[in-house]
Ligand binder design. Sequence first.
Ligand code: AMP
Ligand code: ZN
Length: 116
Amino acid sequence: MEDCLFCKFVKGEIPVNKVFENEDFIVIRDINPQCANHFLAIPKTHYKYLGEMTETESKTLARILSTIPELKNELSLEGGYRLVINQGDDAGQTVPHLHIHVLSGEKMGWNPAGRE
Ligand code: AMP
Ligand code: ZN
């Protein structure tokens, strides 16, 4: 997908510090962290919504989800962690390439919808 920031990270067209990479996905640090540690797990193929996934992509996402807990040290997951996938405008999705926010490293409140 041309003009997709995350595709450019995946392809190496824009250099980015990768915390982890395998054949399925890369992990980078979020530029605007919302937690002590805030990573983005980015599948290597481009799609915006869970509902658009091909069967292969959904198997890949399942592998990604089971790999994340293996990255205990790299992502500082010891004390617990939270995964977030924003989908569409109401959720505040700003990058149209599906990604999983991985938040860790501190005790979190519960206000994912932004309520005070
Ligand atoms: P979302 O709002 O769920 O689409 O998440 C997009 C995330 O990408 C936001 O948390 C941004 O802070 C993050 N982001 C945008 N540009 C960059 C960048 N150049 N490097 C790292 N993270 C970025
Ligand atoms: Zn993309």
